[in-house]
Design a protein around this ligand. Structure first.
Ligand SMILES: Nc1ncnc2c1ncn2[C@@H]1O[C@H](COP(=O)(O)OP(=O)(O)OP(=O)(O)O)[C@@H](O)[C@H]1O
Length: 233
């Protein structure tokens, strides 16, 4: 589903350049649930932005569902991104003056789906995340966990093959974080590929594979069952 080879990325600020990703290689098969860990500044968000086609690498290749992502014109890139990728953010990024239902329906509006169909579909996704009865509420009338559920429903609305989540539980308490992760696991069990950036070990343990970044390189890439088994060695 995702294949990256020898990916490099530097940021140029003023006269200097910061080499952030220094030759990343990894692939993710369809249906995986992967967490990307690493200390602050290790390059996690930079990598996720490249995977999300929000930024481009300087060197290396990125192939998404068999298509090389390089030098696509903006319209093609936007269409491809909308079709294949869904995004979940730490701060939810909901539109404050729109109801939960309208927030979920928004990506479908941009895809040109007719009103009746998009409202039905959005309601189905709200039901899926357990918020059918909250459809008319505004984001500020919802708890953090509920907001993230709306955001997950919105990410699912366009039926993307891959979900990319940047610290999806970063703004939530532990109990709510685990509930959101239960939902993410459920969505993954249905076959959707999911990548999560997280700082939290217990959250990473709820995925199937942990990729550890340090100073722009992958230092460890382990299946979670193996991590758990090591505790008994
Ligand atoms: N647009 C940018 N311009 C210049 N430097 C940047 C830019 N974005 C990130 N950086 C720098 O690149 C390095 C890696 O940043 P990145 O956000 O990818 O790390 P991270 O592992 O996600 O960190 P955190 O856990 O704190 O979010 C940091 O030193 C950061 O300051």
């Amino acid at each position: 589903m995702i294949e990256i080879k020898d990916l490099h990325k530097s940021y140029k600020t003023g006269g200097s350049s910061l080499h952030v990703l220094k030759g990343i290689n990894f692939s993710v098969a369809e249906g995986e649930l992967v967490s990307i860990m690493g200390s602050s500044g290790s390059g996690k968000s930079t990598l996720l932005n490249i995977l999300g086609m929000l930024d481009e690498a300087d060197e290396g290749t990125y192939t998404l569902d068999g298509v090389p992502i390089k030098n696509l014109n903006e319209t093609v890139a936007a269409r491809y991104r909308n079709k294949f990728l869904g995004f979940i953010f730490q701060s939810f990024n909901l539109i404050s003056y729109k109801s939960a239902l309208d927030n979920v329906a928004l990506p479908l509006y941009y895809q040109g789906v007719k009103r009746k169909e998009r409202m039905e579909s959005a309601m189905n996704y709200l039901e899926k995340v357990g918020l059918k009865d909250w459809s008319s509420h505004l984001p500020n009338e919802l708890s953090g966990g509920q907001k993230q559920r709306v955001a997950i429903a919105r990410a699912l609305a366009s039926d993307p093959k891959v979900l990319l989540a940047d610290e999806p539980t970063g703004a939530l308490d532990s109990k709510t974080s685990y509930e959101v992760m239960d939902l993410i696991q459920e969505i993954n069990e249905e076959g959707r590929t999911i990548l999560i950036v997280t700082h939290e070990h217990d959250i990473a343990q709820m995925t199937k594979r942990i990729v550890n970044l340090k100073d722009g390189v992958i230092i460890d890439d382990t299946l979670v069952d193996q991590v758990k088994a090591q505790q008994y060695v």
